[in-house]
Design a protein around this ligand. Sequence first.
Ligand code: 13P
Length: 255
Amino acid sequence: MRKKIIAGNWKMHKTIAEAGVFLRGIQGHVPSRPGMEIWIAPPFTALHACMAFVKQHDLRVVIGGQTMHEAAQGAFTGEISGMMLRETGASFCILGHSERRALFHETDGIINAKVRRALETELTPLLCIGEKEAERESGDYMNLLELQLASGLAGIETAHLKRLVIAYEPVWAIGTGRTATPEVAQETHKKIRGFIARRWGESIAGSLPILYGGSVKPDNIAELLDQPDIDGALIGGAALEVRTFVAILNNVEKV
Ligand code: 13P
């Protein structure tokens, strides 16, 4: 049985005070079901405060970063290392998000270096892949997704891939309200898992959680999670408000 993960990516939202209000708001709504984890990626500045909150209130929420630098340390003004993330108590780091690829020019090579550094630092990489609208329409989006996986994971020992989580986030569905239908998402997840099986073996493919991201909302979470190859969700907008996030958690409980 693969674990299920409901992850919130706050992007560049929430001060420390706002993060506290959110975590207080979801207290009492976090599912206690074994095998189900709730992850939140706050901005760097709120990481430490969020960790302190979850520890103090025994909240079953896993805290992680949204990006990190690939070097261990150095003259990289404004950047944050994996060790710095670890020290705040972060357990995972989102890597290769389409916003990082498009707005901050992260290539598959850079993302690969980040994934390796995260593994070395004992952070779980949450590696995001996803095609743009034109790539979906052209029909050969799988080539792109396979390339993102093959280059993002190049040179990593197969045994280490057990510590990885993948998020499939079609770029055309992010922040647009145009979520992939459960059928389209399932079909793509199945193909992604098939590629992983061919490349790294059935055992890794069978145990690797693959999350879906892109306009996940309270009213579509259940049908998405119902699909056999969808192991959870990476949520942006609907993970910012207590009301919508709690509604998602409640609907997940019913699946
Ligand atoms: P939305 O849920 O706002 O579409 O964002 C998805 C996302 O980018 C999560 O990383």
